[in-house]
Write a protein that binds this ligand. Structure first.
Ligand SMILES: Cc1cc2nc3c(=O)[nH]c(=O)nc-3n(C[C@H](O)[C@H](O)[C@H](O)COP(=O)(O)OP(=O)(O)OC[C@H]3O[C@@H](n4cnc5c(N)ncnc54)[C@H](O)[C@@H]3O)c2cc1C
Length: 348
């Protein structure tokens, strides 16, 4: 088929890669000036793959999509021509002594939501429960962590190097015609309007994220992150601090970075990170891994997560048109499963 994709962010690249591999002729349109221009939220994301931890603000569908994507990511990455750092060694939920009550409430909420999934699909939920970890076990798992008094291991959770994956997906999508610097004004069944010109296709995918307005009621939710360069600090898995007022996570990234994120602010302001977020996120990161005191803040970035009014993902298919949006804070967690579902619906 002759296929048009509006948007070349995370979903657009994954779709382009899969569709080109399946033998379709693919055109992808994006206002970004070139393949490395970093407007898409996909570039900014820390790359946590956390089906359980995300249940705090997601539903069973996101959980199921997350579990399926955890199976799909290794298959996708194995087909890329460039290696992408990705691991599934679990993640840790952490809490300081004074915050135990709030942390336990979060863990109980996760347990309850896993319990609901368990009733429907025992195999999927069984190995996923948060496991309490004592100080000695924590020291073995993550020697650099020394602040928090309470910890739970979430087995099987993972992380992916989002920058590498964005680059590798575009580089490995052979035969795709990339139309950089091209804004799509409207996406409808079989037709994309871009730069005042109508482009006709057998099938159109609308994956413009926050750019899909007014055709979808999508909004941007601001998120800020920091890259710390910390050569002597070894972290093996993502850490999430359960703070009563905000969530802070630390994600190790090759070669010697720790990504610290992320604020979640109801604003479409893309301006640089604020003083408040800097103080809160970095102080929290330091409280978890004191060795980070001498790390260098080498980069900070803000971007917008595409969210629909219910903060849940939406995939809709009609003849000649698929729209996927609302991936919010779990895009890397759920994108491969959503793309798989979209391609199945396109074929039927
Ligand atoms: C700070 C932060 C941290 C995050 N951390 C994580 C995480 O740890 N784990 C996780 O799973 N997810 C995380 N996310 C969420 C994840 O990045 C998003 O859910 C995901 O990128 C959404 O994918 P998408 O393809 O829908 O949108 P995007 O990746 O934003 O791509 C949309 C693309 O559409 C293009 N576009 C816009 N308008 C138009 C137009 N008119 N015509 C053509 N193209 C257009 C844009 O230029 C962009 O390239 C994070 C996000 C942020 C901001």
């Amino acid at each position: 088929m002759n296929i048009g994709i509006a948007g070349a962010g995370l979903l657009g690249r994954l779709l382009a890669f899969q569709l080109a591999r399946a033998g379709h002729r693919v055109h992808a349109f994006d206002p970004a000036a070139h393949a490395e221009a970093r407007g898409a939220a996909g570039w900014t994301a820390a790359g946590m793959l956390s089906p359980v931890a995300e249940l705090e603000c997601a539903d069973e569908n996101v959980f199921a999509l997350g579990l399926r994507s955890m199976e799909l990511w290794p298959e996708v990455l194995a087909q890329l021509e460039v290696p992408v750092e990705c691991s599934f060694d679990g993640s840790l939920l952490l809490a300081h002594r004074g915050d135990e009550g709030a942390a336990r409430r979060v863990v109980e909420l996760l347990e309850a939501k896993i319990g609901e999934v368990h009733l429907r699909s025992p195999a999927a939920a069984a190995p996923r429960h948060p496991t309490p970890v004592d100080r000695i076990e924590l020291r073995e798992l993550e020697p650099a962590v020394s602040g928090p008094a309470h910890a739970w291991l979430l087995p099987g959770e993972g992380r992916i190097h989002t920058m590498q994956a964005m680059q590798a997906l575009a580089a490995s999508a052979h035969g795709v015609q990339w139309h950089w610097g091209t804004t799509v004004e409207s996406a409808d069944a079989g037709v994309l309007r871009a730069g005042g010109t109508e482009h006709r296709f057998d099938w159109v995918f609308d994956v413009r994220g926050t750019g899909a307005r007014p055709q979808l009621p999508v909004r941007g939710v601001r998120g800020e992150i920091f890259w710390l360069q910390a050569p002597g600090v070894t972290l093996r898995r993502p850490l999430r601090l359960l703070h009563p007022r905000y969530r802070v996570y630390l994600v190790p990234r090759a070669p010697d970075l720790v990504v610290v994120g992320a604020s979640e602010i109801e604003s479409e302001d893309r301006s640089p990170v604020s003083l408040r977020s800097t103080v809160e996120l970095l102080a929290a990161a330091h409280s978890v891994v004191p060795e980070l005191a001498e790390a260098r803040v080498v980069h900070s970035e803000s971007n917008l997560r595409p969210a629909l009014p219910d903060n849940l993902p939406r995939l809709s298919t009609q003849d000649g048109l698929t729209r996927i949006n609302g991936l919010f804070r779990h895009g890397w967690l759920i994108a491969p499963a959503l793309v798989e579902q979209a391609l199945q619906e396109m074929r039927t």
